[in-house]
Design a protein around this ligand. Sequence first.
Ligand code: ADP
Ligand code: MG
Length: 454
Amino acid sequence: MSDRLWMSVLGQIELSVSKGNYMTWFKNTRLLKQEGNLFVIGVSSVFIKQTLEKRYAQVICDVLIGNGMSNPVLEFKTSALLAPKKAKEFEDDILSNPVQKSRPTPQNNSNAVSHAYRQGLNEKYTFDNFIVGSGSELAYAACQAVANNPGTKYNPLFLYGGVGIGKTHLIQAIGNALVDKGKGTRIVYATIEQFVQEFLDAIRYKKVGSFAEHYRGADVLIVDDIQFIAGKEKTQEEFFHTFNALHQSNKQIIISSDRKPSDIPTLSDRLKSRFSMGMSIDMQAPDFETRCAILQTKSAVNNVRLPKEVMEYLAQLITSNVRELEGLLNQLLAHCELKNVEPTLDIVSVVFGNQPRLKHVSSKQIIERTARFFQISVDDILSPKRDREIVQPRQIAMYLLRTELNMSFPKIARELGRKDHTTAMHSVEKLEKDIANDAMVQEYVKSIRERLYV
Ligand code: ADP
Ligand code: MG
């Protein structure tokens, strides 16, 4: 069987698996040898070899049989020659272009022009370097569909799910894919926090006109972390008008959130219904296999081969947040490079002890994060004010100081500028009850806690 035939086998496989899976598992495979019904397939890593053996052998056999081979037997061989050649280049590119920079050498004019439209996008987020797993397959497919035909279907596209599972990555990948097509599509990416800030500035400096123009002039508007629009009535109204203006002229809107529209507190009904007009997708955290694939790929980018047991150990340790997973891997790789050692399990226990250190948070960070979550000021939390909008965040901050930092009640009281430690005690007790009885409070605490460690 010739190379050309293998390419056609790959072509057929490409149609039956998702693009991400194809890129991850099949793209760099070669047919090394064929003898009778034995096919020796070269792959770039042990991990790919194992995954192909376990998950895809049948798919490959089916396609071979469809091409007239009988009883095919597969053998996978790792070959260093097949390692993605651009790994190092790719890394250099990321390191030298951390955010919002154009490619160092634009190849042609359209690329140079398109850079002007890469507003707020980070080039490191692409479809190609996203590892698709069962929890993200649908989101990945929908994002690709939108990138191929913006404004035609799935409008708005609303992605929601927990922290660190790749929402920002995917919605930015849509923007980057469109910019790379070089058709001059005007992409505007903003976090909702940015939108709020710019809106408030626009009011303050009497520039609401140009603010509105900026957002309504987008061909594709990408808004990240929309849940933070909670409690911001004026911004909700402005966003509602922006949304309508764009939607009516068939411009694409893409939104991410850590929860579904109906669970965003104080979100106006009309926005809820707008957000549900197109396609909403519940993204799930990556499963174990996908977490392994992510670790494997990210270490390959760093030209490191991660032993299977190390990979599995790390993948078991961090079960939902890919950012934390990357964080651990980076800590490990940095240590190995510094000490010039291989990343073995022994080294893992040296680096992390028995329990890997989660990022340490300070009481200041807890108070700030809580205030930011509820969009009130730290001063409000520390003030004697008794308004409902402030009392509950204050109680939550106290509760988190207790649960996250094991602080004593007198210390908690002092952190919050209170004299009496019984206030702290009652607040924590009250919150424990609220958590037990009120799903919303439970959600608040969970969301803030997750944000503390990213
Ligand atoms: P979210 O917006 O859901 O909180 P991010 O998109 O910021 O999460 O993802 C956190 C980090 O993890 C980013 O660096 C992102 O590139 C990476 N990441 C998340 N999921 C994947 C994945 N499936 N494949 C590759 N990288 C991923
Ligand atoms: Mg995000």
